[in-house]
Design a protein around this ligand. Structure first.
Ligand code: GDP
Length: 460
């Protein structure tokens, strides 16, 4: 079956599970007609004739068997003032999977088709209600793990990034027009930008692009969390620290060395910074296969971590295993966490290699020093630098497009400086324009669109 963007689509838009209400959303030219065939009201309300943006009380009834399915409230919103700019109907029923599924099936039988992931938002884009970067921010908004992440996504949805990108595109278009005018009328006196001005404008665009690229690292942290790995030998207190940070019993704490065999991932929120804690199996030499797998993963986690919490046990002497872990982590941004301060040995010394690293003394068991550790984690993250300026790039796709645009600007400057034919400069400027255009979706192929929207869940 070939899907068309003009089909009427339907999907369950609320999460699967039990809830007070559940919503089935329908969008497309036949949305109202299809819904009206399964909706009945004792007052004889017909959805096809109700006013736009009204909520209507009644029942969903299977038109073939006459069976009553649920008591519902149905909102009817006609194009163009809707999420998709098409006719949209939302059936608010009771939030049980059987009910929702039955209603969806009735709609399909009446001629709707099941929406693909993200298809409602894709339509909002295709119908021009939002641009591509705004559409992408819908998913960030839904997945936001902290309030700051939510705010950034909402800013993007409001079009803050799009406005900036379009500003840069406007400048470039203008510069490009001037350069092309010189190509077309080389002999004439053109009242255009001077050579120095052209250069200045290109540099300005390039530097603005650069700032956006730098803001990506920060944006990624807001979106995905700062990846922090807790490493240390078995029994040093990694699980206890994780629990203290989470303030709940998520990791299994045990006194048998080497029992945390899986990597556990949890998010915590430190002053608005989402931190993804990766707890790992203790690194130690072992012939046990399962544990070897744990060690392999620990090294991998160490590799992936942006920040390492390297734990040492102050109640014991530093041993060769500690030294091996210290060595493995030597190139990482590290906080040395000295645990078991409550039973600290008098002659405990930090190894020389770690003397310059930020160090926090804690007792994971007693919950002491945890706040100081959180502060140290926050201060070591890059957070806050670009956030203040209000523009943060959160998508890898955007970052790649920005990097390409920056390269085009550098090439344009280079060729302009070398007095190469102006056609070459113009070509690089056009190229840069097209990379920026990819971010807001002026230039996009079907493949890119499918990739972007497939990230969404059904019903969005
Ligand atoms: P892991 O193997 O590194 O995950 O270590 P665990 O978190 O499972 O802790 C091992 C043992 O050390 C447990 O018996 C904990 O109760 C104990 N422990 C952890 N942190 C502290 C601490 O700060 N002080 C004391 N006295 N014991 C601790």
């Amino acid at each position: 079956m070939i899907f068309s963007e003009f089909d009427t689509i339907a999907a369950i838009s609320t999460p699967i599970g039990e809830g007070g209400i559940g919503i089935v959303r329908i969008s497309g030219p036949e949305a109202v007609a299809i819904s009206s065939r399964i909706f009945f009201s004792s007052k004889g309300v017909n959805l096809s004739t109700v006013k736009s943006h009204t909520i209507n009380y009644g029942y969903i009834i299977d038109p073939e068997s006459g069976e009553k399915i649920d008591e519902v409230l149905v909102s009817v919103m006609r194009a163009p003032k809707t999420y998709t700019r098409e006719d949209v109907v939302e059936i608010n029923c009771h939030g049980g999977f059987i009910i929702l599924n039955k209603i969806l099936n009735l709609l399909i039988r009446q001629g709707a088709r099941v929406a693909e992931p993200g298809e409602f938002t894709k339509r909002a884009f295709l119908r021009g209600r939002i641009d591509l970067s705004q559409a992408e921010s819908v998913i960030d908004l839904i997945r936001a793990k902290t309030d700051d992440a939510r705010k950034i996504a909402l800013e993007h949805l409001d079009g803050k990034l799009s406005i900036k990108i379009n500003e840069l595109r406007d400048i470039l278009t203008r510069v490009c027009a001037h350069v092309e005018a010189y190509i077309d009328f080389p002999e004439e006196e053109i009242d255009g930008l001077t050579e120095a001005e052209i250069k200045k404008e290109i540099i300005k665009v390039r530097d603005e692009i650069d700032k956006l690229i730098e803001g990506y690292e920060e944006g990624k942290i807001y979106r995905e969390g700062l990846r922090v790995a807790i490493v240390g030998k078995p029994n040093v207190g990694k699980s206890s620290l994780l629990n203290a940070l989470l303030m709940k019993e998520r990791a299994i704490v045990t006194e048998i060395p080497g029992t945390t065999r899986d990597i556990i991932e949890e998010y915590i929120n430190i002053k608005g910074l989402p931190v993804k804690i990766i707890d790992t199996a203790g690194i130690r030499k072992s012939h046990d296969l399962v544990e070897n797998e744990g060690i392999r993963r620990t090294l991998k986690a160490l590799d992936e971590a942006e920040l390492v919490l390297l734990m040492l046990d102050m109640s014991e002497e530093i041993n060769s295993l500690d030294m091996e872990i210290i060595d493995r982590a030597k190139d990482k941004k590290t906080i040395v966490v000295l645990n078991k301060s409550d039973i600290k040995r008098d002659n405990f010394h930090i190894p020389q290699q770690l003397k310059n690293k930020p160090t926090v003394e804690i007792s994971a068991l007693k919950g002491e020093g945890i706040e100081k550790l959180k502060d140290t984690i926050f201060n070591l993250s890059v957070l806050g630098r670009y956030r203040q300026e209000g523009l943060i790039v959160t998508k890898l796709r955007h970052k790649i497009a920005l990097e390409s645009a920056k390269a085009s600007m550098n090439n344009a400057l280079d060729s302009f400086g070398k007095n190469e034919p102006l056609e070459i400069t113009a070509m690089f400027l056009r190229e840069g324009l097209s990379f920026l255009g990819q971010i807001v979706g002026v230039i996009t192929t079907e493949d890119i669109l499918n990739l972007i929207f497939s990230e969404f869940c059904i019903g969005k």
